[in-house]
Design a binder for this molecule. Structure first.
Ligand code: ISE
Length: 335
């Protein structure tokens, strides 16, 4: 049976997800689209032969919607998830789970109270073939015990204008999640250093940033984030281990020689770099919905943990201090 998905949000990422569901994911179709901008919702629905509706509630309630994808602005994920919990259909929700810690906690508590996992969170890097290969290196036969994880994350330009807090809650949150996933442990502390501002950094904001975390067992995780790097979109992760080093670069495998230069192309946006990760993430979610099996991706617990870390990062940036990270015990639902 085909999973008929209702899509909330018809911006960049919502449109990319909807096109993937309709054209590149097997066993799925898009039946209904909502966007706060009705014109955008109509345009995407027309392209997909779907129906545009006027509210989030209508998406969740629609008889011809089996599962819902939330790709709305970061600040409304939590309230839309709460609406979804009242209906009980499976959900794929874009990251972050929430911007603030209290909202993230409320969503976590609500799913725990429900007693079953309804949500897969869109930390799509966990499906990226590069990251999957990197994680496979972290074994005694590979590079051994990880000691330092160094990450680089550049946006061509900040997609949210430039607000330092959003660099942490929207951008660097990917590294907070992926390094937890690689190391399979939580963090103990965080520091944030703001450097010389780049030429596009507005007064009062900070870009680039250097974030340094320490995991519970002592592993160092560094993240260089530059939201207005101009030259292109790039993500790098280098793990130094007890037996060697593994580097995941920009995902380009072809070197072009032309006009007396040799090099690789850089995408402008993450949709290019992580195209395969987005597709695999959706396919895994749809397969789980169809088989009523467990979701293969990040959980609400993972989303909660990442939001807590992002909020501690904001505090560390504001105070200039090293801030402790303390999570409550992981609920049994996520073990
Ligand atoms: C954006 O929202 C994403 O989720 C991208 O994956 C990330 O690389 C980018 O920095 C974010 O702003």
């Amino acid at each position: 049976m085909t999973t008929r998905v209702g899509v909330i949000g018809a911006g960049n990422i919502g449109t990319a997800h909807a096109l993937n569901l309709a054209r590149a994911v097997s066993g799925a179709s898009v039946g209904v689209v909502f966007d706060a901008d009705a014109v955008r919702a109509e345009a995407l629905s027309a392209e997909l032969g779907a129906r545009a509706v006027r509210s989030v509630t209508e998406v969740f309630d629609a008889d011809d919607v089996d599962a819902v994808l939330i790709a709305s602005p970061d600040g409304v994920h939590a309230e839309q998830l709460m609406i979804g919990f009242g209906v009980g259909k499976p959900i794929l929700c874009e990251k972050p789970l929430a911007v603030g810690e209290a909202d993230a906690r409320a969503v976590l508590d609500a799913e725990v109270a429900l007693g079953r996992r309804l949500v897969q969170l869109g930390f799509m890097r966990r499906f990226d073939p590069g990251y999957v290969q990197l994680k496979a290196e972290l074994t005694p036969e590979g590079i051994g015990e990880p000691l330092i994880v160094h990450n680089i994350h550049r946006n061509t330009r900040a997609p949210y204008g430039l607000v330092t807090e959003q660099t942490l809650t929207n951008m660097v949150i990917h590294e907070f999640d992926i390094a937890r996933w690689l190391l399979e442990e939580e963090y103990a502390s965080i520091m944030v250093l703001a450097g010389t501002p780049g030429p596009l950094t507005p007064a009062g904001q900070h870009d680039p940033l250097l974030v340094v975390l320490q995991s519970a067992s002592g592993v160092i995780v560094e993240i260089e984030a530059f939201a207005n790097a101009r030259y292109g979109y790039e993500v790098v992760c280098r793990v130094t281990g007890s037996q060697g080093q593994a580097v995941m670069g920009d995902g380009s495998f072809v070197t072009r020689s032309k006009a007396f230069t040799r090099g690789v192309g850089l995408p402008e946006l993450w949709l290019g770099r992580f195209a395969e990760a987005y597709r695999l993430q959706l396919q895994g979610w749809v397969d789980a919905v169809r088989s009523e099996g467990p979701f293969p991706g990040a959980s609400i617990w993972d989303g909660y943990a990442a939001t807590v870390v992002a909020n501690r990062a904001i505090e560390a940036h504001r105070t200039g201090r090293r801030v402790a990270i303390d999570l409550p015990p992981r609920p049994v639902l996520y073990t």
